[in-house]
Design a protein around this ligand. Structure first.
Ligand SMILES: *[C@@H]1O[C@H](CO)[C@@H](O)[C@H](O)[C@H]1NC(C)=O
Length: 388
């Protein structure tokens, strides 16, 4: 086990450092608009098994839900936790009994990060390596950590650090992109497979194809049964069980919404709206124990994205360009949105320099933001830098 600490000098984000990582000669807008010369060729061009489809027309709108308060420069005043050690800390789970944040990184390691008033005193410690790409992460009632590993499926890590595979298929169909997870008080695990077709490195292909390859699932450790709760979801992503244990909230990234699946009573099995028309693409969702869910919004929903999502043909053009030029740079204004228990937006923290922010959780006075891309967790003091 190696333990490293941040140095204070490095703990302030430096926008030029972030920009240089993202520097590229392409822009997503270019991908979407500079298409005319290739359109003729595209009509007859075939990409193996990639066949974009229209998204549901009732969901496709340029409308964005109103948020009463925001901090649109969240990097100002932010500190960087675990800089250089935490490579793509996609989700963050907090265990209040030990004061530890668990996060899974691109190198397969699950890290334990000990929360401290001072970011520079937060110890970052390698815990176990899944051998895959851990994404969603949640702490269960017995101190066990449950991991949605995009390559390995659903895993349990015991408090002693033993990794046990739980499940990697449902109804005969293997998971290809196990993504979000949460554990109910009764031990049942709710999780998503974002896509049975595309792997984590191909996530943009799934979004561009615009087909519902995702599923909401549950796993009962008592019976070892995996149950398919909802098939045909569009890139099913973050999952959070409500504090009253009555429902589970799940996010569908390209549809910019999170929905509510009822777990109890007469409404059991029913799906209701929770929050629609998010200002960006939702990823993980976490409950803070004090009345708010925090939704990671990987990037802003721009006119370019709206144009691309509206026309399968445009998405096909983007995919062809992506095949030859590599992935387009992501749009910016990523951040974290807080919503109340009814799904009503409360506060939005974001920054023009951020993209692929994938999770957020409030612990005490601070917001901790995970990301699929950056080599650190972003920490913001919400008292000093509130949304207004
Ligand atoms: C923060 O870390 C320092 C140094 O490891 C330790 O002495 C202190 O007790 C910690 N504070 C909290 C609130 O955990």
């Amino acid at each position: 086990m190696s333990v490293s600490k941040n140095s204070k000098a490095d703990s302030r984000p430096n926008s030029s450092k972030i920009i240089s990582k993202r520097k590229t000669s392409w822009s997503f807008t270019f991908f979407v608009t500079a298409l005319v010369p290739i359109i003729a060729g595209t009509i007859f061009y075939r990409l193996d098994s990639f066949d974009p489809a229209p998204l549901p027309s009732d969901v496709l709108t340029r409308h964005v839900v109103a948020v009463p308060s925001r901090n649109d420069r969240m990097l100002r005043g932010s500190e960087l936790v675990g800089e250089g050690s935490l490579l793509g800390p996609e989700d963050v789970a907090y265990d209040p009994s030990s004061g530890v944040i668990y996060t899974g990184c691109a190198d397969g390691w699950i890290y334990r990060v000990t929360v401290n008033d001072s970011a520079s005193d937060m110890a970052v410690e390698k815990w176990i390596n899944t051998g895959g790409r851990p994404l969603g992460i949640a702490v269960g009632g017995n101190g066990e950590v449950v991991v949605a590993d995009s390559e390995k499926g659903l895993l349990k890590v015991t408090a002693e650090g033993t990794v046990e595979p739980l499940t990697d298929e449902a109804n005969g169909q293997k998971f290809k992109l196990t993504d979000g997870v949460d554990v109910a008080h009764n031990g049942i695990v709710y999780f998503t497979d974002a896509s049975y077709k595309y792997s984590v490195n191909e996530f943009l292909w799934d979004i561009l194809e615009g087909k519902p390859h995702g599923r909401l699932l549950s796993y009962d450790p008592a019976t070892k049964r995996t149950e398919l709760l909802i098939p045909n979801l569009y890139f099913a992503n973050g999952v959070a069980v409500s504090p009253d244990q009555n429902h589970v909230i799940f996010c569908e990234t390209p549809l910019r919404r999170c929905r509510k699946y009822h777990l109890q009573g007469k409404e059991k099995g029913r799906v209701d709206d929770f929050v629609d028309n998010l200002p960006g693409f939702p990823d993980n969702i976490r409950y803070d124990g004090e009345g708010h869910y925090w939704i990671g919004l990987s990037m802003e929903y721009t006119d370019s994205w709206h144009f691309a999502l509206s026309y399968p043909f445009i998405r096909k053009c983007v995919a062809i360009m992506m095949k030859y030029l590599g992935p387009p740079p992501m749009e910016k204004n990523g951040g974290v949105l807080a919503v109340d228990l009814a799904g009503k937006p409360a506060a939005h923290y974001y920054d023009p320099e951020l993209s692929l922010v994938t999770s957020g959780i409030r612990i005490g006075d601070h917001l901790y933001g995970g990301s699929f891309f950056y080599p650190y967790i972003i920490r913001l003091n919400l008292n000093q830098h509130p949304a207004t």
